[in-house]
Design a protein around this ligand. Structure first.
Ligand code: C2E
Ligand code: MG
Ligand code: MG
Length: 696
């Protein structure tokens, strides 16, 4: 089998004798395939279709000059043949780009294969060099364009190349001579030593060394980098040069530090956060154990912060927190810590108060009082004057065996107690407090189960008119505890309220009362104008879904809304009167009425009355209790009744226990009554067993 020819050679020759001679000369060269043509035109089309590796062309052709093939360049070397020695033609051919020329003789034509292979070899070499040059240029372009510093140094450590980023980083001008600079000179003295003593030996031994190093720019700027140093060897294994790549990691490090900061500091106030606090608290506990110098932990909770957030928006709330953080910081000594636990809770650790326990307690109290006063100072936010107060729980840090976590818990408990005692005050932690809280939590859990296990019941207390006819009833919740029996709301309502469970339980109350009411009416036991009074707690009333939930309950339960009265107290509305009025109005539009419960015990009841869209008020039991003996109470009740009449409000007197009270109230023109004298609250079964007369 013949070998596949390696080279395609195009011979353009119109003299058949010369063509045959040359063809013969190539016959013995199996790697060359000769294509012969006699005209320029054909040659051109063959060049286009076969891309020859070499063209051998006669100058004189029937349709022109062979040198015309050189323009434009055919993409391969060309040997031009002339019939006679004509220097001019040859010179022109070479100028036009011919690779070689021959004067046609028997000998030159016979040796054309040799000439051809030399020409092709030389052409290849030129092409290769060009490619190599291009490759080199590309690599240099990459090195110059990379944002990392790249530097090459010789065996003695002197720099032979540094890329543009490197020059920029170090402040070296383009024209500046770098040959006197050593690799180690770029670094801070300590890192320069490290490169010499560790980097270079390690790169020689292991091929590569990496570390974080600091470069020094000519302007003195320190640049932290992640640096790699590499040794490069030749084929014989001898080291020829070193290269190094260094990446500026200042931004990366700054980001890492930021993450670290976020893990331990609160971004809003810049104070230590819970993590950092825990660390410092543990240190403080250890310190007190060592030197017996007592400290204290103050657990500070802003009293009305939620209200500020709700009514003025979170950005205003944030400003308040920042302001309070600053006030706290301004107040403390260097050793003390102020931290933000989250929300509106701050912790202060007072360190080294006194080795004497009593003195330490007294200092802690003084400082806590000062803090309370600073917080209570007027605070201006967006042109509004705010009065923020705080409840502070204090837990002493003594040498007893309590952890930081315990102390926080104690502080929290004491703070909670301060809130219960009326806010804007301090409380020291005591053991009994802790058991109170434990009991509280236990009760919370039990109540959660009570709802699931259906242990709540509604009792109903009749409301009567002057003729003692029952015109309606107030629904009152009871907890039928499997062991304790019937538990009154005083025992558990507050816990439902503080834990937020009241929202769910309250919704159950409304649903149950409305269903019961429809049942009685369906059974014909009550008249269709019978009123059902349902108590609504502050938290339940403030819940965003409150009105919406009632609407959906009303859609499910078919009860006329004019029969429903919702009882709210002034606690429900005092925080945000406008919002409360809007909420009430939403339901009033649906036909529901509102009654102001426990009237007379609130803040500035009479002042509020004319603004509130209530249709009933209930005079609190405490005024009725002593009404027969206490002239003050008599005056109070008489004026409430007079005012109500004036405002067109219906009045119910609560807690009527005997006939004397009833008679007196009747004399004051009270229309409606509720109390043990008429009936105690009754279970749903007993409710319809007539005790008083039901108005039909
Ligand atoms: P309230 O709304 O003022 O209800 C009247 C309370 O006075 C009831 O106590 C009732 O049993 C009691 N009472 C009625 N007549 C007399 C009387 O002649 N003498 C005396 N000494 N007391 C009388 P109860 O049922 O223990 O409820 C206490 C409070 O718990 C209620 O006061 C109300 O504020 C709240 N409450 C009761 N049920 C619910 C409820 O379902 N939801 C909400 N949010 N609160 C409720
Ligand atoms: Mg009530
Ligand atoms: Mg009441």
């Amino acid at each position: 089998m013949r070998n596949q020819p390696e080279y395609n050679i195009l011979l353009v020759e119109d003299d058949p004798g010369h063509a045959a001679l040359i063809d013969r000369a190539f016959e013995t060269h199996a790697n060359c395939r000769l294509t012969i043509t006699a005209t320029l035109q054909q040659a051109r089309s063959l060049i286009a279709s076969t891309s020859p590796d070499l063209i051998i062309t006669d100058v004189k052709l029937p349709d022109g000059h062979g040198t015309e093939l050189l323009n434009p360049g055919p993409g391969c070397p060309t040997i031009v043949m002339t019939g006679y020695s004509d220097e001019k033609v040859a010179l022109n051919a070479m100028k036009s780009g011919a690779a070689d020329y021959i004067v046609k003789t028997q000998e030159t034509m016979s040796s054309l294969p040799r000439t051809a292979s030399r020409v092709m070899r030389e052409w290849r070499l030129v092409i290769d060099q060009k490619l190599a040059r291009e490759r080199q240029q590309r690599l240099t372009a990459i090195l110059e364009a990379t944002p990392d510093l790249i530097c090459i140094a010789n065996l003695d450590g002197f720099v032979t190349y540094i890329n543009q980023s490197g020059r920029k980083l170090l402040g070296i001008g383009k024209e500046e001579n770098i040959s006197r600079i050593r690799l180690a000179d770029f670094h801070s003295p300590a890192d320069g030593q490290k490169i010499l003593n560790e980097g270079i030996p390690r790169a020689i031994q292991e091929g590569m060394w990496t570390d974080e190093t600091t470069f020094l720019s000519l302007t003195g700027e320190k640049v932290l980098t992640s640096q790699v140093l590499i040794s490069h060897r030749n084929n014989c294994g001898e080291i020829e040069f070193f290269s190094t790549i260094a990446r500026d990691i200042r931004h990366l490090r700054a980001a890492e530090e930021r993450v670290e900061y976020l893990a331990y500091y609160d971004t809003l106030t810049g104070l230590p956060n819970r993590n950092e606090l825990t660390k410092r608290l543990d240190m403080e506990v250890a310190r007190v154990r060592r030197n017996q110098n007592f400290g204290a932990l103050l657990f500070i909770d802003l009293d009305n912060f939620k209200y500020i957030n709700d009514s003025m928006g979170h950005p205003a709330g944030d400003l308040v927190l920042q302001e309070m953080a600053q006030r706290l910081q301004a107040h403390l000594r260097g050793d003390d810590t102020v931290a933000r636990l989250g929300g509106d809770e701050f912790i202060v650790i007072l360190s080294g108060l006194s080795p004497d326990a009593r003195e330490a307690v007294s200092h802690a109290r003084d400082i806590a009082n000062k803090i309370r006063d600073t917080i209570a100072m007027e605070c201006r936010i967006h042109d509004s004057e705010l009065h923020v107060t705080a409840s502070i729980g204090i837990s002493m840090i003594t040498s007893e065996d309590y952890s930081g976590h315990d102390l926080l818990r104690f502080g929290d408990t004491a703070m909670y107690q301060a809130k219960r005692e009326g806010r804007n005050r301090l409380e020291f932690f005591s053991e009994s407090m802790s058991s109170d809280v434990t009991r509280q939590l236990e009760l919370e859990n039990q109540l959660r189960r009570a709802l699931k296990k259906n242990q709540f019941r509604l009792y109903y207390q009749p409301v009567v008119n002057r003729a003692m006819e029952v015109i309606g009833a107030e629904a009152l919740i009871r907890w039928e505890h499997p062991e304790l029996g019937v538990v009154a709301p005083a025992e558990f309502l507050e816990v439902l309220e503080t834990s937020g469970q009241i929202v769910e339980v309250g919704s159950w109350v409304i649903e149950t009362a409305l269903k019961q009411m429809t049942l009685w009416v369906e059974q014909g036991l009550l008249g269709s104008d019978f009123l059902i009074c349902i108590n609504i707690s502050p938290r339940q009333f403030r819940d965003k879904q409150f009105a919406k939930n009632i609407q959906s309950q009303l859609e499910r339960i078919n009860v006329p809304t004019r029969n429903i009265i919702m009882e709210v107290t002034e606690h429900n509305i005092i925080h945000n009167i406008d919002d409360a009025i809007q909420r009430m109005q939403e339901l009033i539009n649906r036909g529901i009425s509102f009654s102001l419960d426990d009237f007379g015990t609130g803040y500035s009841s009479l002042a509020h009355l004319k603004n509130l869209p209530v249709s009933h008020i209930k005079i609190d039991r405490s005024f009725v209790e002593d009404i027969c003996n206490d002239t003050g109470d008599q005056a109070m009740v008489a004026s409430i009744l007079a005012l109500s009449k004036h405002l067109g409000l219906e009045v119910v007197a609560e807690g009527v226990e005997g006939p004397e009270q009833f008679e007196l109230l009747k004399k004051f023109n009270c229309e409606y009554y509720q109390g043990f004298y008429f009936s105690e609250p009754l279970s749903d079964r007993n409710m319809t067993v007539p005790r008083g007369r039901y108005r039909r």
